[in-house]
Design a protein around this ligand. Structure first.
Ligand SMILES: Nc1ncnc2c1ncn2[C@@H]1O[C@H](COP(=O)(O)OP(=O)(O)OP(=O)(O)O)[C@@H](O)[C@H]1O
Ligand SMILES: [Mg+2]
Length: 726
């Protein structure tokens, strides 16, 4: 896009097919969320349902195991009780002495009682000190005593009819037994001793083993009501398990018949689910337990694998949606870049058309101004002649023409400036300092009703610009601001350093000085601000405005390598921005002095070769030159001048227009002169800025059209005539 960023080229009016990416993305994200949330909720419901089902199922398994174990133990203990009752009957009221006397008889009875009970190791009777009197297994009874055993002392102390011992090693056979003791009490309440049935502990273990075989994760246990562990299968995992299960004992107290609890097993060190039951009327409990981790594991294995299998299609769905989202993003980005490209192209086309129009307008303005300049030169030259001839009584009239031609020259210069044809005097400007110096001028342009505020940092970067053009630009902006604030208001100029990392406002990335000129005026409607920078565009009444003010601002900024733009809104005021590139190094070419070379001459009438295609301009100039004491020889083209010079004629000065018909224009003529007559003084005349650079390169002085007799006089005075004649 051209630097003429001031036009608001909008891409909003592009007729693009509607594509609502946001809605599509919303739908996809919604679908993704639903496809995640719904299965997760269902999985959660299913998982909690199956988990509770697993717990219920395992609980009933444990209850069943506990029930079977309880039945078995109750049977055993019932048998025990019956045997004890029979043995008791057989002993009758015999005291220890009598029992010893009838030991053989009692041994036979006892042996026959336990003959069909393989689970029973021995049925025996001990006296009140624990000394063995009769044993079903041995006759005579070995001389052993259980008087020191806890179970005996406890039975003696409580006179318990049923006391069960801890597991122990049998004193005679050396096998693991669990004994049940029943106190024998005389009619007078004396403790006579105890009947002792020793059960093979292995018998119980084997039974529990069978139960365990049905469900390998289940542990089965037999406990006394105080929590003492009688049998457990499989054996405890811990190396030194406790002899009692205190937690379970607490549960027995809480719920004495049967119960179900979740407790940390002191035997395995694992959290467990336990079902326990009391064995009939006996102070003994059976339990069946499962580690909760095992329950969870089997639940995960059985039910969660189904869940995972069900989630598999979901993962495909998720992958599909994520893939679609990515595609959508890619499509959106290409859509955006396409749209961006399209709008960029359309903006470029609009700008190009605008530039063409502006260029054509600029050319028209330039050509009018050029002719205007020439006419002014004629008028000026002839006025000068009249003045030098003593006016002949028309001095007031000549003065009036003079004043009008000054205004006309200013207008011509403005036109040339807008058409970017003004020869520039580029110099280094420090914006902060320059604004301070220009402040009074701007203030007077604004008038007394408008307050002026200037905000410029001292460290603002220097710029390379034609200072007089910049002054004109600021005055133009100030005058516009004043016109936009008929009731008064405020006008502020802010100057700041700004760096564009990317192209902005049609400027290439780099460092710029930004001038923001803000007024509190009426603002502009779009139809105005879109054309405000165009030359000759004005909304003012005929004669009130030329429409060259903002065009000059834009021309000044662009000629300096920057740009200008408008920010305005109706009722809120206008800010005119212009950007000038930061001057990095001393890029300002030195404008050659008015005279590139001078030749000394002490001759009375120095000579000048005037090369000018416009006859009237030439005639006027020749007259003025004559008045100034020089002799001018006029030729209408560069080719003609070349012919004369080639003939060997020499002049104190060759004064040539630049743009002329023929092979040799002013520039080529100078090149020829520089090569062949290096000592020949040459000065060029032009109204076009673009010729300046070439002239500078050649090191030739340039008179900027329109110039007046004084400018010419200054030029001729600086030339030292040579001893040359034509
Ligand atoms: N600060 C502003 N506030 C409101 N409108 C403005 C402002 N500056 C410019 N304009 C509008 O832009 C138009 C063009 O301005 P520009 O300075 O180029 O020409 P002009 O002011 O009309 O004439 P000239 O400056 O040559 O006397 C103005 O006629 C005006 O309508
Ligand atoms: Mg103006």
């Amino acid at each position: 896009m051209s630097p003429l960023q001031r036009d608001a080229v909008s891409s909003g009016n592009l007729a693009l097919p509607p594509l609502n990416f946001r809605a599509a993305r919303r739908r996809l994200v919604g679908g993704l969320a639903a496809s995640i949330v719904i299965p997760i909720v269902l999985v959660w419901l299913y998982a909690s349902y199956t988990y509770h089902r697993a717990i219920t199922e395992e609980s009933s398994t444990l209850n069943r195991f506990a029930w079977i174990a309880e039945a078995k133990v109750t049977d055993l203990l019932d048998v025990n009780r019956q045997l004890i009752a029979r043995a008791d009957d057989a002993i009758g009221s015999r005291d220890a002495l009598q029992v010893s006397r009838d030991a053989q008889y009692l041994h036979t009875v006892f042996a026959s009682l336990v003959a069909s009970q393989p689970q029973i190791a021995t049925l025996s009777v001990v006296d009140s000190d624990g000394k063995l009197l009769v044993s079903s297994r041995y006759f005579p009874a070995p001389n052993v005593s259980i008087g020191g055993r806890d179970d005996f002392t406890s039975t003696r102390a409580t006179l318990s009819r049923f006391h069960i011992s801890l597991p122990q090693r049998g004193p005679i056979q050396g096998i693991d037994i669990v004994s049940s003791l029943s106190a024998r009490v005389a009619h007078d309440g004396r403790f006579l001793g105890a009947l002792v049935i020793s059960l093979h502990r292995d018998h119980l273990v084997r039974f529990y083993q069978q139960l365990h075989a049905e469900h390998h994760a289940v542990t089965v246990g037999l406990y006394r009501d105080d929590g003492a562990i009688l049998v457990r299968f499989p054996p405890a995992l811990l190396p030194h398990p406790p002899a009692t299960h205190q937690l379970l004992a607490g549960e027995f107290v809480r719920k004495p018949e049967r119960g179900f609890s979740k407790i940390d097993s002191p035997l395995d060190g694992k959290p467990k689910l336990l079902a326990y039951r009391r064995a009939g009327p006996y102070p003994v409990y059976v339990s069946a337990g499962l580690a909760t981790a095992d329950i969870v594991n089997s639940w995960l294995r059985d039910d969660m694998s189904i869940v995972l299998a069900a989630l598999l299609p979901c993962t495909f769905l998720w992958a599909l949606i994520i893939f679609s989202l990515r595609r959508l993003r890619a499509e959106e980005s290409s859509w955006n870049s396409w749209r961006h490209e399209l709008s960029r192209r359309q903006a470029a086309e609009v700008a190009a058309r605008r530039m063409q129009r502006m260029g054509a307008l600029g050319n028209l303005v330039a050509s009018v101004a050029h002719d205007f300049n020439n006419l002014l030169m004629v008028v000026g030259a002839n006025m000068e002649i009249v003045r030098r001839k003593g006016y002949n009584g028309v001095k007031p009239e000549i003065d009036a023409v003079e004043r009008a031609s000054v205004t006309a020259r200013a207008l011509a210069r403005r036109l040339m400036s807008v058409a970017r044809r003004t020869p520039l005097r580029v110099q280094t400007v420090q914006p902060g300092q320059w604004l301070t110096e220009t402040k009074p001028l701007i203030a007077s342009a604004l008038g007394s009703d408008v307050s002026l505020h200037i905000d410029a940092i001292k460290s603002s970067w220097p710029v390379a610009v034609d200072a007089s053009e910049m002054t004109s630009a600021l005055v133009n902006i100030a005058v516009n601001a004043k016109d936009a604030m008929p009731q008064g208001g405020s006008f502020a100029i802010r100057c700041s350093n700004i760096t564009f990392a990317t192209s902005q406002h049609g400027l290439t990335p780099g460092h710029y000085v930004e001038f923001a000129c803000e007024d509190s005026g009426t603002g502009m409607v779009p139809e105005v601000y879109q054309h405000a920078f165009e030359p000759l565009f004005t909304t003012k009444q005929a004669g009130a405005g030329t429409g060259l003010g903002l065009a000059q601002v834009a021309a000044m900024a662009e000629q300096a390598g920057g740009t200008a733009r408008i920010d305005t809104s109706v009722g809120r005021g206008t800010t005119i921005f212009f950007y000038l590139p930061r001057l990095i190094e001393d890029a300002v070419a030195k404008t050659p002095g008015p005279i590139a070379s001078a030749a000394e001459s002490d001759h009375a009438r120095p000579t000048l070769l005037l090369v000018e295609d416009n006859e009237e301009v030439a005639a006027g100039l020749a007259a003025v030159i004559d008045v100034l004491g020089w002799t001018a020889r006029h030729v209408p083209s560069g080719d003609a001048a070349l012919g004369i010079l080639e003939e060997g004629c020499a002049f104190d000065l060759v004064l040539s227009d630049i743009q002329m018909p023929g092979t040799y224009d002013g520039i080529r003529l100078v090149e020829w002169v520089k090569q062949r007559r290096p000592t020949q003084a040459v000065t060029l005349m032009t109204g076009y800025a673009e010729h300046l650079e070439t002239a500078r390169r050649l090191g030739v002085a340039v008179l900027s059209k329109p110039f007046n007799a004084d400018d010419l006089d200054a030029l001729l005075s600086s030339i030292r005539p040579m001893q040359t004649r034509y």
